[in-house]
Design a protein around this ligand. Structure first.
Ligand code: SF4
Ligand code: F3S
Length: 106
């Protein structure tokens, strides 16, 4: 599976959702996740993210390992998203800020 990681938080550009052939992105207030049971590992979304927040599971940086479980958990409760929308208003300011998990809204 592919995994959405920390740098998506408070940016949520949503470019990723439009290219997914199986529509397996799920949306929270300030973060998106990929459903690990639905992702077919096509890799199309990875280069679409302006924040470089999407990684293949086996290429997850060491400090992002916790996002694997978080994607699985939240994909079960958040609604599906398939169309791009405006990014969050302060997306550019938050892009690249490390350790945004404390700002995650559920
Ligand atoms: Fe969707 Fe492909 Fe990205 Fe998986 S790797 S989330 S199937 S676009
Ligand atoms: Fe997030 Fe990147 Fe998609 S910022 S919403 S993973 S395009």
């Amino acid at each position: 599976t592919f995994v959405v990681t920390d740098n998506c938080i408070k940016c949520k550009y949503t470019d990723c959702v439009e290219v997914c052939p199986v529509d397996c992105f799920y949306e929270g207030p300030n973060f998106l996740v990929i459903h690990p049971d639905e992702c077919i590992d096509c890799a199309l979304c990875e280069p679409e993210c302006p924040a470089t927040a999407i990684f293949a599971e086996d290429e997850l940086p060491e400090n992002q390992q916790n996002f694997l479980e978080l994607n699985a958990e939240l994909a079960d409760v958040w609604p599906n998203i398939t169309e791009k929308k405006d990014s969050l208003p302060d997306a550019e300011e938050w892009d690249g800020v490390p350790d945004k998990l404390e700002h995650l809204e559920r």
